[in-house]
Structure formats: C-alpha cells, structure tokens
Design a binder for this molecule. Structure first.
Ligand code: C5P
Length: 207
C-alpha cells in the first residue's frame, strides 16, 4: 500500500508520516530528506562538479549517508534543496531512488508512507491513499522553529520558509499542488493526535 502525503514546509507531513508508520508498521520515505542530501553534497562538490548535470551523473560515487540529520535539517541546506529541485535531472534521480527503495523493501513492509511535494501528483499518482496537508503560515513557522530547537539548530533562517514555499509552488516541473483524488487535511487547528486519527480513518477505509 502506498500512502502519499504532500504539503508545504511545516505543514506536519513528517510527524504524521512517522506516526502512521508506527501505527501500521509501514516504512517512511522522506523525499525532502533525499533532496536535502543531494543539496548538501552538491554544496560541497568540487569545482568540476558545480554543474548540476555533471554532479548528478557522478552522484553514485558519493555515499549520501555520511552526513547527520541535524546538518541536513538546516535552512541553508533546505534552500539549496529547493534551488536544485527545479532541475528535471535532480527530480528524476530522487524519484528513481524513491521507487528503488519501495521495490527493495516491499517484502519487508506491507506499506509505505512517502511525504514530499509531488508524491501524489507525479511520483505515485495511483497511490492507494493521497493526503494533502494544509496549515496556516503562522502555524507552519511555529512548528519549524520548534523542530529546529529540538534538533538544536539555528532558527534564524526560518523566515526563508516563505521564499522556499513560493519557489516550490511556482516551479515549472512538479510544483506543489493538491494532487487529484487527495484528501485535504487542514492541520492548523488540529493536534498531532487529531491529525493522526483523521488520517487513520481514511487509511482504514482503503485497507
Ligand atoms: O520537505 P523538506 O522541507 O525537507 O524539503 C526540502 C526541499 O526539497 C523542499 O523545499 C523542496 O524544494 C524539495 N522537495 C521537492 N519535492 C519533494 C520533496 C522535497 O521538490 N517531493
């Protein structure tokens, strides 16, 4: 079973995805983290790989798992992720990785919860359950600041969230949209528990 969760930064996708995976013993794939890994290594690439195309063509030579999550969660890395995510070659690389992870682990897990910006619209348009999370700007900012405090990372760039959301929603390839057939959940006034219960209700109808 594939469950897609799309939405903008700080809408609560990660928290919901982790909660659902705990509930159903499904596997969580955080596509934003994959874009962040690519961005981090691209930021640190040698001069001859500063062209995105050359970088992606050589990406198999890099072990993308050597960087800690708190570094990947910084807003600097997120901004670079959003910048490189406009390139088709980057998106194709990440999408292939997501599909490979699903295939490789399909005997171990009965379901996958995949969160991002284009999961229900582009990567898995036939997902069994498609969720789209919406939250007010104030709530999203508050959550991101809270998450940064918990991860002990700088909160001063959180204001850049809006630039990133604008870029993510207006890019030509795979912009953030409400995928057709998705259920929109407005998490602004909902607790984590309420959001989980709502999502569970929808998933249970499709099990
Ligand atoms: O979800 P997260 O904030 O970690 O994503 C970082 C960036 O990666 C986003 O701002 C977006 O530009 C990009 N992204 C994307 N498509 C996805 C997931 C993330 O373009 N499916």
């Amino acid at each position: 079973m594939i469950i897609s969760i799309d939405g903008s930064s700080g809408s609560g996708k990660g928290t919901l995805a982790r909660g659902l995976c705990g509930m159903y013993h499904f596997k969580h794939i955080d596509s934003g983290l994959l874009y962040r890994k690519v961005a981090y290594y691209y930021l640190h690439a040698k001069e001859d790989l500063k062209d995105v195309h050359s970088f992606i063509k050589n990406i198999d030579k890099i072990n993308l798992d050597e960087v800690s999550e708190s570094i990947l969660r910084s807003e600097d890395v997120a901004q670079k992720a959003s910048e490189i995510a406009v390139h088709e070659i980057v998106r194709n690389y990440v999408n292939d990785e997501i599909k490979r992870l699903v295939i490789d682990q399909s005997s171990e897990y009965k379901g996958f919860v995949i969160d991002g910006r284009d999961i229900g619209s582009v990567v898995f348009p036939n997902a069994d359950v498609k969720l789209f999370l919406h939250a007010s700007e104030d709530d999203r900012l508050t959550r991101r600041i809270q998450q940064n405090i918990e991860l002990k990372i700088d909160t001063s760039h959180v204001v850049d969230l809006q630039n990133r959301d604008t870029r993510d929603s207006t890019r030509k390839i795979a912009p953030l949209v409400v995928p057709s057939g998705s259920v929109v959940i407005d998490t602004s006034l909902m607790s984590i528990q309420e959001t989980l219960s709502k999502a569970k209700e929808i998933i249970d109808m499709n099990l």
